[in-house]
Design a binder for this molecule. Sequence first.
Ligand SMILES: Cc1cc2nc3c(=O)[nH]c(=O)nc-3n(C[C@H](O)[C@H](O)[C@H](O)COP(=O)(O)OP(=O)(O)OC[C@H]3O[C@@H](n4cnc5c(N)ncnc54)[C@H](O)[C@@H]3O)c2cc1C
Length: 402
Amino acid sequence: MELRFTDEERAFREEVRSWIDANLPAETRERMASGRTPTKAMQVDWQKRLYAQGWAVPHWPVEWGGQPWSAIKRFILSEEIQSTPAPSPLGFNCNMLGPVLIAFGTDEQKKHFLPKLASLDLWFCQGFSEPGAGSDLASLKCAAKREGDHYIVNGQKTWTTLAQHADWIFLLVRTDAGAAKQQEGISFLLVDMKTPGITVRPIITIDGAHEVNEVFFDDVKVPMANLVGTENRGWDCAKFLLSNERTGQARVGASKERIRRLKLIAKETPGGARPVMEDPRFRSRLTDVEVQLKALEMTTLRVLADENRALSQRKPNPASSVLKIRGTELQQAISELYVMAAGPYGLAAPHDPEADGRNEPDVAADWQTLAQATYFNWRKQSIYGGSTEIQKNIMAKAFLGL
Ligand SMILES: Cc1cc2nc3c(=O)[nH]c(=O)nc-3n(C[C@H](O)[C@H](O)[C@H](O)COP(=O)(O)OP(=O)(O)OC[C@H]3O[C@@H](n4cnc5c(N)ncnc54)[C@H](O)[C@@H]3O)c2cc1C
């Protein structure tokens, strides 16, 4: 495989850069650059712009709004979006559910949902995990029983990211409690969050943020037409979806942007102190992370080049576990470097004009007050989408035959 970019690819990168410059609202760019996540309005607005340009779902088949591009061109677009930084298209819609519907959905489901997923007219969240079913996902208990042309869903999901914003949820439910193997009695359903009987309760994370939730289902009526694939074979959809979810978590472009900013910040002298860039231990750790990021970039390109085969065979690619582990380890390592760079100023609470007793804006820079919150928040990365230990198990089985 040729790992140098061609003239055409370099020209494409320039085209993407100028388009983003001309189209990304300044407010969104500033919020993202400060290390915050975009608001819902910012996410929707930006994805609609990408959709209008034909760039929201380039990895989908052309008939469903994708682009006939090489894996490298898709990588360039995603890297430029992440490194601007701008919001990436919503992963639940574009990387998880979309490819599942393309591979397993009915024609009606594809026609109805795919355009809305790509344009973010509908915001989906992911209802897989339950209090007793995380790593051991197949032991899930949330049940769907048939009643006429409907399922009746009862049970609970947990850790549901951004359920507070979602219009719909894709769910794994137990449809056959007596199946010989746990995996054989599971189905994949699409559920409108406005259906009576659904309750969303926030879980506040260690950094004080509200991004995850508990979701309760109490006699929730779901039309049979919302079943994806075959009843009791939802595990096939789940495995396929999880491997796509992990590929998206390498986030090489985002890590590059974080390092670029860190290098500028580390040369500053906060409060007259010696810039942390002069500390050889900091420089050595920074260099180490950069080298490892380059290696991850090369591995990502190799996995992407193989993606079309994986899609056509409807099989998950275990290499995505490598990307998940290394990508999250590096993002966590970068968050530690930010804490080092912030020094004692990282202990200052973020400025919040609406909260009593908070610091004034000039106590510390935005990036300093966010450094610790991000560090704590990003511990989640080696847990969600399948924990690091589980990814290692998958790799041991798939690559080493253990
Ligand atoms: C911030 C955040 C957002 C999330 N968002 C979503 C979401 O939107 N939708 C959704 O469905 N889920 C979501 N999740 C859930 C996530 O996928 C699970 O938390 C994850 O799969 C781990 O499951 P668990 O929390 O039940 O931990 P457990 O499975 O109980 O694991 C606890 C520990 O034991 C280890 N362990 C477990 N089994 C093994 C084994 N066989 N071998 C070796 N070690 C093992 C794990 O690695 C972990 O360290 C989110 C989680 C977090 C933290």
